[in-house]
Design a protein around this ligand. Sequence first.
Ligand code: KG4
Ligand code: ZN
Length: 336
Amino acid sequence: MSSSVVLLAIESSCDETSAAVLHNGKILSNIIATQAIHEQFGGVVPELASRAHQQNIIPVVSEALRVANIHKKELNAIAYTQGPGLLGALLVGSSFAKALALGLGLPLLGVHHMQAHILAHFIEEPFPPFPFLCLTVSGGHTQIVLVEDYLKMKIIGETLDDAAGEAFDKAAKMLQLPYPGGPLIDKYAQTGDAQKFKFNKPEIPQLNFSFSGLKTSILYFLQDQTRKNEHFIKENLADICASIQQTIVDVLLQKLKKAADMYKISHIALAGGVAANSGLRKGLETLAVQKQWHTYIPDFQYCTDNAAMIAIAAYYQYQQKQFVELTQQPLPRWEM
Ligand code: KG4
Ligand code: ZN
């Protein structure tokens, strides 16, 4: 490996267009353009995401290079999110990365989006020591991962249906809150009574999760209550949000506890957009005191989708010379 490595990384798997520049493991810039277009549809519309990526990608990459004060001729490799994600969205980032790599005569690094969420822990210290467990909770995924080394990870539990972020967003939609509703549930929950309403908690074997039953339970509960009082949601919003949040957090932490006991690991990390949830953070803190865990949560900008995490993952792949060919296709359903 050469002594100095400068990488440009591009993330375009869902509804954030992002570019980052890294120098020797240090992030010099991390530019993120969030696509507001999806708000009015209550969820990400894949075709609109692709179009927005096409509009955003050149300005986002230019800005990342400008902020980093790096000229494209100083780059050593180009990294991009190879999957998993929306095919059309991935295609924009991968085509752009390939064209740039070809034009500049640089090697190409295809990064796994979920591995990158976990490797975001190596952007800023303290770094978790190996092995550690990572609960990755985002709009698309819910996984407990055994992380043995930078590029050696094993999923030991995952959702059988909806992701945790999706459960938050779908519950928010039922409460007529705009997309993405996860952060709003968190906000209203702050002043609510989490014990006020009870929802069915799924009983799923091993370390797996399921959130579709909870969604149905919330829906029936709201239908039932609004039949009796049409202002029920408005009058009880904080308590409903707090109760929903508590239920989701309990489910996540119960499995995390089980995993830590099973694998006898006390270094526990959170990753993904739902790691921003204050109920989850508080719950993890309390559990950590009880169980004597060391916990790790990346800075918020590195929890939600961003290219800095793609850059840091690419940095480790670069050291292992794990390059991809220009013929490599995006992999929307890439297994970890
Ligand atoms: O990791 P991320 O940015 O994108 C995916 O890869 O999916 O995660 C986005 C998800 C959304 O479902 C959003 O509602 C949720 O993270 N989220 C939250 C909070 N902040 C973001 N959910 C609950 N509480 C929050 N504070
Ligand atoms: Zn993500």
